[in-house]
Design a protein around this ligand. Structure first.
Ligand code: ADP
Length: 389
C-alpha cells in the first residue's frame, strides 16, 4: 500500500489496481469463466462475439481476428481463452512488450498450427517492424522473412496456417489505423455495474467455498470499482479476514469491516485516492491546483497521481481537470464529509465539467481527438487539460 512520502511503483501494488498482481495469476486462472454463458455482463460484446464464432464454425473456417479494448481487469484475457475454447482450438499467449523484433513475431507465427488462437496482450506496445509484419500475416497468412543484411539481403516468403489473432489493448486510440482495420471484430469492454459484479462474486464464492449474505456481496461489489479482477481480489481479502476471525458466514458488516481494514472505502477509494481528494479540499480549498503541486502535497510522483488515482476519481465525478488545474467536485467534499467554502474558486469551474464523466470516458476513445476548446483526451479516454506546473 502506498504511503505518503514513499513513492509507489505506479500503484501496481494497490489492492484496488485493475492490473493483476504476480501472485494472483494462479488463483485468477481458477476463477475464469470457461465459456460465453458463464461470462457475466458485457452483453453486447458477448452476443456479437458469439455470432462471429458461431458463423465461423458454420463456415468451417477460423474466426476473424478479434480486437478487445478496455481497462485492465475487465475480462479481455478471459474472453480470448473462451474464443479458443468455443472454437475448440489451441491457444498461444504472448504480448506486445515481448515482441520487440519482427523475428520474435516470425518465430511465433511460423510455429502456429491450423486454427490456433494467438492472444496478443497489450498489442499497442508491439514494435513497429513487428507490427508491419503482423499486417501481412493477418491479411494474407504469409510473412516475408528477411535473410542477410544490406545489398545481399533476400526475403523468403513463408506461408502460414490460418489462425485467429485476439488482440487486447487498454489504449485503443494508440493502435495505428492499418492495424485496427485488420480486425474483423472489435469489442469494447465497459466497467461492470454493481449487480454484475455481485454475479461475478457469487460465482467466485462458490468456487472458493465461501458463504456470504446478499448484502455482503453488494458491499464488496460496490467497493470494486466496476472491475471483476478487483472484486475477486477483495473477496479473497474478506475470506482471509473471515478465517482469522473464525466466521463461517460473512454478512455486510463483516465484509465492510474487512475492507475497511484494507483501507478500501465504501466507494472503492483507497488511501492514495483519499489523500489526493483530502489535499485538494483541505490544503487547496478545492483547487484549482496544478498536478505537480498536488503530487508533492501527497508525497507521490506526478505520474502515479495522474495515471493511478485520477482516472477513477474523474470517472466517478470526485475530481475535475480544468485549464487552471485540478479541482474537487461536489462529490469529493460530500464523500469526505466536508463542506466546500463559499468562496472556493473551484466552484466557479464546476459547471465546466460535464455531469456524466462516465459517459464522457465511454464516448472518448480517440486519444488524439481535441474538442472545440482544444481540450485533449488523455490515454484513458478522459477529457483533461494539461496543467502541469
Ligand atoms: P484483462 O485481461 O482484461 O485484464 P482478465 O480476463 O484477466 O482481465 O480478468 C481478470 C479476472 O476477472 C479473471 O480472473 C476473471 O476471473 C475475472 N473476470 C473478468 N471478467 C469476468 C466476467 N465477465 N465474468 C466473470 N469473471 C470475470
Amino acid at each position: 500500500m502506498t504511503t505518503a512520502g514513499s513513492p509507489s511503483n505506479h500503484g501496481d501494488d494497490r489492492i484496488v489496481t485493475g492490473t493483476s498482481m504476480n501472485e494472483e495469476r494462479e488463483v485468477e486462472a481458477a476463477l475464469r469463466p470457461r465459456n460465453l454463458s458463464e461470462f457475466v455482463g458485457q452483453h453486447r460484446v458477448r452476443d456479437q462475439l458469439s455470432l462471429v464464432l458461431e458463423a465461423a464454425k458454420l463456415r468451417g473456417a477460423t474466426a476473424d481476428h478479434i480486437l478487445l479494448s478496455g481497462p485492465p481487469g475487465l475480462g479481455k484475457t478471459t474472453l480470448s481463452m473462451i474464443v479458443a475454447e468455443e472454437m475448440n482450438a489451441p491457444l498461444r499467449i504472448s504480448s506486445g512488450p515481448a515482441i520487440q523484433h519482427s523475428g520474435d513475431l516470425a518465430a511465433i507465427l511460423s510455429s502456429l498450427t491450423e486454427g490456433e488462437v494467438l492472444f496478443l496482450d497489450e498489442i499497442h506496445r508491439m514494435s513497429r517492424p513487428a507490427e508491419e509484419m503482423l499486417y501481412m500475416a493477418m491479411e494474407d497468412f504469409r510473412v516475408d522473412i528477411v535473410v542477410g543484411k544490406g545489398a545481399g539481403a533476400t526475403s523468403i516468403p513463408l506461408e502460414l496456417p490460418h489462425f485467429t489473432i485476439v488482440g487486447a489493448t487498454t489504449r485503443a486510440g494508440l493502435l495505428p489505423g492499418p492495424l485496427r482495420d485488420r480486425f474483423g471484430f472489435t469489442g469494447h469492454l465497459d466497467f461492470y455495474s454493481t449487480q454484475e459484479l455481485e454475479m461475478v462474486l457469487r460465482r467466485s464464492a462458490v468456487m472458493l467455498d465461501m458463504k456470504l449474505t446478499t448484502e455482503a456481496f453488494t458491499e464488496i461489489a460496490s467497493r470494486s470499482r466496476g472491475t471483476p479482477r478487483i472484486a475477486n481480489r477483495l473477496l479473497r481479502r474478506v475470506r482471509d479476514w473471515a478465517l482469522v476471525n473464525q466466521l463461517d458466514d460473512v454478512d455486510a458488516q463483516a465484509a465492510a469491516a474487512a475492507l475497511d481494514m484494507y483501507e478500501v472505502d465504501s466507494k472503492g477509494l483507497d488511501r492514495l485516492d483519499r489523500s489526493v481528494l483530502d489535499a485538494l479540499c483541505t490544503k487547496f480549498h478545492g483547487g484549482p491546483v496544478g498536478l505537480s503541486t498536488l503530487a508533492i502535497a501527497v508525497g507521490e510522483e506526478i505520474e502515479t497521481v495522474e495515471t493511478v488515482a485520477e482516472p477513477y476519481l474523474v470517472r466517478e465525478g470526485f475530481l475535475g481537470r480544468t485549464p487552471r488545474g485540478r479541482i474537487a467536485m461536489p462529490a469529493a467534499w460530500e464523500h469526505l464529509g466536508l463542506v466546500p467554502p463559499e468562496d472556493a474558486s473551484a466552484q466557479g469551474l464546476w459547471s465546466l465539467i460535464p455531469d456524466d464523466s462516465t459517459a464522457l470516458a465511454k464516448t472518448s476513445q480517440q486519444n488524439e481527438a481535441r474538442d472545440a476548446y482544444g481540450h485533449q483526451e488523455n490515454l484513458d479516454g478522459i477529457l483533461y487539460f494539461d496543467d502541469r506546473d
